[in-house]
Write a protein that binds this ligand. Structure first.
Ligand code: AMP
Length: 482
């Protein structure tokens, strides 16, 4: 199958060729014709499947063929793409700008945490396609800076993650102000009952697509487990990086403290590493990601939320330094590798106290993970010495792990690593560059999303707080001709 056979217009075929995409990915070959027909779509597709182009290309096609509505002083938005995190918003915004570069449509990205005024200025100039995180979008709507009365298409990207992050109320508020007659596209890596409920009230006679079996991990990812004592995990990771000469490895920790600590440890071992989590400024995150992509650092240590939306082509290696509390996060994590058909490896370092999580993951993916002991790192029967986890985690949904009956607090194993900048993110997106992408982040509602504090307060509270003096500077040119 070719992109031309899907019915996309010449400017879009041109950009697809420029991107070097030969054939549509499975989600693209299914979603593009459905969206072009104007159908609602509900798609089970995780990051890495090519889903962004799957919805962006046909939306661009439809909008460019239609009439731009006249809006007087404020031109109404025609397509709205909601994403859970600022990183994903920025990334989707970039894709919209890239794929639409031969068209005369305009796009923008808005998310919280930085100045709202540049975003308002952009919206005033008229935006056809708006990519947004829910909190800032509601702020803008409440300030009457954005109009939806002519909205044609709504996309909920990574809907499962939005619900995980407590955005359900914001989403419902947004849905309530959109015109009833519109096209709805819902993308989610996993389809829980909660998502299905949300979808019920949103989509109309949808085309249901699934590019991986429900809740399954990508087939192109080789997965295995190394059993190891908790206290020896840092040494094992360093050993694996060195012996396998991994040059680009994304490592997941559960907590921000854990990410900081591990980064220091690896650096001490001569492995270039950087942490990326909600306590890091957007600048620090952008820089860390850029050096990771360019090969300046070998190991990027991330918490689940921070890693969400990272677009790194052909990432070969993902390591679960700790298993996630929520089994679905495992699928998200390993979705960072084996993208768009490339092969990848996902290794989990599993200590005795993580047995329960491992079982939950294996149940979810209907697969037993291959277990390999590494010589010199064999687990000791009691689970080895206890480790002070500097435990700042707050597991979701009452899934606190049993901890092997050992009690939660441990005494030794390293001091507390302070974390950079407390709750807030200082600094903003430093530059004004970026086609079609833009402006800033939400400090708390979309910013400080991390395993440690997500869902710890209601979105409304977060919004209020971020409005209460926690604005951050920064913000690029929030507009782009797409
Ligand atoms: P996504 O799942 O939207 O995050 O896309 C994952 C990656 O796949 C992105 O880096 C895209 O540039 C890339 N990609 C999207 N579509 C294709 C395609 N048809 N062929 C090759 N790569 C693609």
């Amino acid at each position: 199958m070719s992109f031309a056979s899907l019915g996309l217009s010449a400017p879009l075929l041109k950009v697809v060729a420029e991107q070097g995409y030969d054939t549509p990915s499975p989600i693209q070959s299914q979603a593009i014709p459905a969206v072009l027909e104007g159908r609602d779509v509900m798609a089970a597709a995780q990051t890495g499947t090519g889903k962004t182009a799957g919805f962006t290309l046909p939306i661009l096609h439809r909008l460019s063929q239609g009439e731009r509505p006249q809006g007087g002083s404020q031109i109404p938005v025609r397509a709205l793409i909601l994403t859970p995190t600022r990183e994903l918003a920025a990334q989707v915004g970039e894709s919209v700008a890239t794929y639409g570069k031969h068209l005369s449509l305009k796009s923008a990205v808005v998310f919280g945490g930085v100045k709202i005024n540049p975003q308002i200025a952009t919206l005033r100039q008229g935006v056809d396609i708006l990519v947004a995180t829910p909190g800032r979008l509601l702020d803008l709507y409440q300030q009457k800076m954005v109009r939806f009365d002519k909205l044609e298409v709504l996309v909920l990207d990574e809907a499962d993650r939005m619900l995980d992050m407590g955005f359900i109320h914001d989403i419902r508020k947004i849905l309530a102000v959109l015109p009833k007659q519109r096209q709805n596209l819902l993308f989610s890596a996993t389809f829980s009952n909660e998502i299905r409920n949300l979808a019920k009230g949103m989509v109309n006679d949808p085309v249901e697509l699934s590019v991986t079996p429900r809740n399954a991990a990508a087939a192109t990812v080789t997965q295995w487990v190394h059993p190891v004592d908790k206290s020896r995990k840092p040494a094992l990771l360093s050993h694996l990086i060195q012996t396998h000469q991994w040059q680009q490895v994304l490592v997941f920790t559960r907590t921000k403290h854990g990410a900081n600590r591990l980064t220091k440890y690896l650096e001490g071992q001569g492995i270039e590493a950087a942490a990326i989590h909600g306590n890091k400024s957007q600048n620090a995150r952008t820089q860390a990601l850029a050096s990771f992509k360019s090969g300046g650092i070998r190991a990027l240590i991330a918490t689940d939320i921070a890693a969400r939306g990272l677009d790194i082509d052909q990432l070969p290696q993902v390591v679960n330094f700790e298993l996630p509390n929520v089994a679905e996060d495992y699928v998200h994590r390993i979705g960072r590798t084996g993208r768009a058909g490339a092969s990848g490896q996902a290794v989990s370092l599993v200590s005795l106290d993580e047995k329960k999580e491992l079982a939950g993951i294996e149940r979810l993916i209907s697969q037993r993970l291959n277990s390999q002991t590494v010589e010199g790192f064999e687990p000791t029967p009691g689970g080895g010495p206890k480790v002070d986890e500097n435990d700042d985690r707050q597991p979701r949904g009452g899934q606190r792990r049993g901890d092997g009956g050992n009690g939660q607090r441990r005494s030794n194993g390293g001091g507390r690593t302070s974390n950079a900048g407390g709750r807030g993110n200082t600094g903003g997106r430093g530059n004004g560059g970026g086609r079609g992408s833009s402006s800033g982040q939400r400090g708390d509602a979309n910013g400080n999303r991390d395993g440690a504090n997500r869902n710890s307060e209601a979105p409304a509270q977060r919004r209020q707080r971020s409005g209460g003096g926690q604005r951050r500077s920064g913000g690029g040119t929030p507009n782009g001709n797409v």
